[in-house]
Each structure stands twice: as structure tokens, then as C-alpha cells.
Design a protein around this ligand. Sequence first.
Ligand SMILES: [Zn+2]
Length: 412
Amino acid sequence: MTKQKKYLTKKNPLVKSKINHVSSHLRSRATKALACHAAKGDFVLQECSECQYISYPPRDRCPKCWGVLTWKHQKRHATLLAETTIHSTTDLYFREHVPWRIGTILLDVGPTAFAHLHSNVQVGDKLKIHVMLDRSGNPALFAMPRKVTVNMEEDYQYSQFTASPKGKRILISDGRTEIGQKLTYELIKAGAEIVYLGNADSNLRFKGQDSISKHKNVKIIPLNLLSTKSVKKCSQQYGGKVDILINTASYVRSGSIAFSGKITEMQNAIDLNVNGLTRLAKAFCPAMSARSGDEERPAIAFLDILSIFSLTSHPDYASLAASSAARLSIINSLRSEMSLSGLKVFSTLIGPIEDEWHQDIPPPKVTAEQIAKSVITSLKNGQELTLVGNVAKDIFEKWSANPLLTMRETIK
Ligand SMILES: [Zn+2]
């Protein structure tokens, strides 16, 4: 059983925040390709197309025959051969985290490798291996026990690779929506200490407000993403208290470019979906990244929920698709910027939602509950990229294989 972590209620204001050093960004192209798979939670290793040798760490050619290597899903099972604990290092990142256990593992599919170890694994144990992203976005192998145990996710080393909501203070940018509210309940169920729920217009009551405002772990706060002043004011008050920030705001209207859409709808979509996200990141990320190295209450993640049409465009939802494409670009830029500070940036790409704004689109559609559960899973697993619903998964798979063809397929 993993020892349960104690969460302090307040940070001592006299204690200087630690600078959060991150591991080196100098990685090969092959290692960065592994990071892309790790971001989705896939366990893939390179397999030689000539001699079928499975190798690790990532390389450009097969170490046995110089054949071409391709990424393939592999069995996660391994055995721990040897372990050691690092007590002293010149590496600035690990200096802050010693003692740190690592070990040599023998993967069932062949190669031996170094892996970070969960505190419950011992030499000789059968393991389940994950490829995970560290705070700067580099992939690393993490060895977990095969049997699930109590508080397993609270292991100190494992928690450095994830963003579990347990014991965290979380801000949701738009609490007026069903997604914002379902997510709030799921976060509390997952152990969040408090959820600050943004409300863009405190004079206008919203559906579900009465029941959610009575919850002891929820605080409804003024936050309007269309106003720079409102976002700044909110960040001055809550920027120092937020550990995880989730952007649920989205402006969705049907309409094409030439005939049915209006220019005002495009402007509204850009202002909330693009400028709103930028205002939020500009106001909160500096304060959050400054606290990402704190030992007791570190800020750990920024998560954005956006449409899968960001990848392909959509003729009947042109303003949503265009603003989502810009949103995805902003998130990618932000992820790169935040990787220097260790604040993790997550994206949840969703298919059309079962709501009044997507009536023109036939099923399958996703529900607010599905989205909320996927967000929790991605935070718990440290999975930077999550796809929700069959439409999003299907589009992403096709887009990964052939982006131009997938964009053309959206034309009627
Ligand atoms: Zn080979």
C-alpha cells in the first residue's frame, strides 16, 4: 500500500518558491516521436522491418542489421532485474528530487532498459510498464506493480509524471455550461480540494447554479474570458492558489463561410475561443509556472478542451473549426513555452457534443459526462492528448495517416 500524501492547507508566504528545474530538452528526433505516442498513453517501441528486433531507447536504424524501424504497440510486461537509489547528482532537476529509485528492467518483448520505479516494486517483481512524459515533455519508462493497490497514484515518483486532481485547487473557466458543471462534480469525486467555478455574468443565473453553489468544495467566482480586465482581476485573486486550470469555454454556432454564417459569429468565436484562451494563459501561466517547483503546493497543469474540427475544418461549423485550429496552435505554443518551467499543458479534443448547438450533426455525439471522465483520466495518467468520442478518434486516426485526404473528406 502506498503511503497517503498529506496536503497542507496553506503555503508559508515567507518561504521562497523553488525554481523548478526541468530535465534537458536535448533529445533526438526518434525520442521526440516516442513522446508523441506517450502523450496519447500508447505503449509503443521500435520494431525492425527486416529482422523484427525490438529495440529501446529510440534510434534511427536497427542496431542489429541497420534495417528501417517502425513504431508498434507492444506488450507492457517486464521483470525488474536490478534497482538502485540515487542520493547525489549534479543534475539540477534530480538534485531537487533525490533520493530517486531507478532500475534495470527486462521487457517481455526483448530489450532491457532503465526505468523509473514505483515504490511498491522490488527486484524480481513482474511489472507493468508505461511510457510517460516528464515535466519538460521528454518520454521515460515508468515501472508500476501489475496489481493495483490502495493510493497507488500517490507514489512520489509517479506523481512527478502525472497531474492527479486529488487534493488540488482547480479553476474551471466556464461554469455556466453542462461540461463545466459535470467536470466539477467529477473533480470533487476524484478528491479535488476546491473547484473555483468561473461565471461570466453574475447577474444572470444559470441552469444548475442552485445545486452546485451549495457544494462545500465549490466556489463560484466572477470570470469573463471576453474581458481582459476580468481575467486579470481573477488571476490577481486566484493565480497564486490554482494548481490546475481547465478551460471549458467554447463559442459554438453553425454556419458556413459564404452563405449561412455571419461575420459577427466568426468574430464572437475568435474572441472567446482564441482571445479568451490567450487572456487566460497570459494572466495565469506566469504565476502558475513560478509555482511549479513548490514542494508542498505546486501548480501542475493547464488543460484546454477544444473541437476535433481544429484538425480538419468543417463546412457547416466554419467559425468553430477556424477558431479551434487557432486554439490548437496556441496550446502547442504554450506547451513549448511551459516545458521550460515544468507546467504541463494538456489538450482534450472532443467530437460534436449532444447539445442544442450541434443539432445539425448526426450521432454519434459525446456527452458532458464522457468529456468530464476523460479529462480526469488524462490528468491522472499524465496523458497530454486525449480524444473523446468515436468521431474524434476516427478523425484523428485518419488525419495522422493522411492530413490532406482527411481535410478533403470533410467536403460534402
Ligand atoms: Zn534489424
